[in-house]
Design a protein around this ligand. Structure first.
Ligand code: UN1
Length: 513
């Protein structure tokens, strides 16, 4: 690793970090003692020491956010959009530096790190346009001289809990929309990637300062599970948007549900590509391999299962084995490499454990997995992407392992393939590779894929921000980023105005005094 991390941090304006940080103010959070260490999975080096927020810091941030909301909510939405536009421009200026930092702290390839920052830029552009399109419907009242319509108001504080695998983009999907809708945000990033979060906070802070926006519109809290629990149980945060494992999502959903708050959950996936007898196999290969090994299999949209028609099964398996043989694993900042490290050694242990479990259930590995050792792999986080032939109902196949383990399953009929694709607890992303229109349409129909995302001739990962992003079943049901996902960040109000000189009641009720 010869990237000069210090010069990148200088470029991003990151000098020191504290646990709690509001836009417009200096670093806060003096009361904390505990620290959090961020190690790069690329070379194992300690790259950041962040202080962990204490309850007093949390209360300070809540107070700042509550007071900022009073000002931010009355700024016209297009003016809020203008500030988000400037944030997008600041990201353009910092794309290389932030993308490199993402790659170094999280371990994804530089191309993917830059791609993640591009998603941030794109969602800002989307949000700017949306700031003039927060439309409500108007209805015809059943009463004479009455007007009825609905409008959308901001909720207040939006709590954003994000995961390590998209350490900056997922925050921005939530923040850009929440901000133009008139909300303020409190962001708790993953404990594994605090440095990229601090860098983002610096970038957005400068934009807010330049626009004289009230302190505390965007807030960052570095903390562990305890901070997450403070947020999920806090009635002062009407919406919690959480990305992460299904286990975490169940805890968040239960806590927020118990106080009748709103939650937007984007949780685990167990995504499959159906490779039909009518597939273009060369194209399918690219989709399958990128989906399975991209981000070292650590996207919630990663391809975990290939459901392959029996007539092309052997041929496609051979293609896969050859392609895996050519994969270059190593420093993700070196653009010659395809696959970087897993996030940490716990993830490596989970990878090994899943391989063991798969073998114990009868899985047959056609490309073996292993942990790489030697000079270039000193962090201990580099693993070999592997492929196993399995049955869909293996316990391990039903489970999302955040690692590059690809399962192969054979099918005979499309109905069977769709049943296999849907036959897991998760429901995020899915795809079919086929040049047959009937097959494609059946896959997309009501009796087809049960996932939030269903693609034809595209892999399962790499969704564009313009579509609503999220999934069904144990994926949590939330939708983020494009389409009308903005509605989750607002409250709907139905307004009826009577401009007659009588007071007729609805439903024909007579009430004379
Ligand atoms: C995630 O892994 O949590 O569709 C998000 C994709 C990316 C986002 C993934 N645009 O693969």
């Amino acid at each position: 690793m010869n990237t000069d991390i210090q010069s990148i941090l200088n470029k991003l304006g990151v000098k020191e970090s504290n646990a709690a940080f509001s836009t417009g103010s200096n670093w806060g959070g003096e009361s904390n003692q505990e620290i959090l260490k961020s190690f790069s999975p690329v070379d194992g080096k300690l790259i950041a020491i962040a202080k962990v927020a204490a309850v007093a810091d949390y209360e300070d941030i809540i107070a700042k956010a509550q007071s900022a909301f009073k000002e931010w909510r009355v700024i016209p939405a297009p003016k809020r959009g203008e500030i988000v536009r400037q944030f997008g421009d600041a990201l353009r200026e910092n794309k290389d530096a932030l993308g490199t930092l993402v790659s170094y702290e999280m371990g994804k390839s530089l191309q993917e790190g830059l791609g993640e920052v591009q998603e941030m830029i794109d969602i800002c552009d989307f949000a700017v346009g949306l700031s003039r399109q927060l439309y409500g419907l108007t209805m015809h009242s059943e009463r004479p001289s009455h007007r009825m319509y609905e409008q959308w108001h901001p909720l207040g504080i939006v709590g954003i809990i994000s995961a390590f695998n998209f350490p900056v983009a997922v925050w921005s999907w939530n923040a850009a929309l929440a901000l133009i809708c008139g909300n303020v945000c409190i962001w708790k990033p993953s404990e594994k990637t605090p440095l990229t979060a601090v860098a983002c906070q610096h970038i957005i802070s400068k934009v807010f300062k330049a626009n004289d926006v009230a302190e505390g519109v965007c807030n960052l809290i570095i903390g562990d599970k305890a901070v997450g629990e403070l947020m999920t149980n806090d009635g002062r945060i009407p919406l919690i948007s959480a990305t992460g494992s299904t286990r975490m999502g169940k805890a968040v959903g239960a806590a927020v549900g118990a106080r009748l708050g709103k939650s937007l959950l984007e949780l685990g996936g167990n995504n499959a590509i159906i490779i039909s007898e009518h597939a273009d196999l060369d194209m399918s290969l690219i989709g399958a391999v990128f989906g399975a090994v991209g981000t070292a299999g650590q996207r919630c949209t990663s391809t975990r299962r290939l459901i392959i028609h029996e007539s092309v099964y052997d041929a496609f398996k051979e293609k896969l084995i050859k392609a895996y043989d050519q994969l270059r694993i190593g420093d993700p900042l070196d653009q010659n490499n395809h696959v970087g490290p897993l996030i940490d050694t716990d993830a490596v242990a989970a990878y090994l454990d899943s391989i063991q479990k798969c073998k114990a259930e009868g899985g047959k590995f056609v490309v073996e997995g292993s942990v790489l050792t030697g000079e270039h792999y000193s962090s201990g986080c580099y693993v070999k992407p592997c492929i196993a032939e399995v049955k869909n109902d293996f316990k391990i196949v039903q489970h999302e392992t955040f690692a590059p383990i690809l399962y192969l399953i054979k099918y005979k009929t499309l109905d069977e393939a769709i049943a296999l694709q849907n036959g897991v607890p998760q429901g995020l992303s899915s795809a079919i590779m086929t040049l047959n229109l009937r097959e494609a349409e059946q896959f997309l129909s009501a009796k087809g894929s049960d996932c939030g995302i269903a693609n034809v001739n595209i892999g399962t990962s790499g969704a564009e921000i313009g579509g609503a992003f999220g999934g069904e079943k144990e994926t949590g049901g939330g939708r983020e980023s494009g389409s009308d996902a903005w509605r989750a960040y607002m409250r709907r109000q139905t307004n009826t105005i009577n401009y007659s000189n009588t007071l007729p009641l609805a439903q024909g009720i007579k009430f004379d005094l």
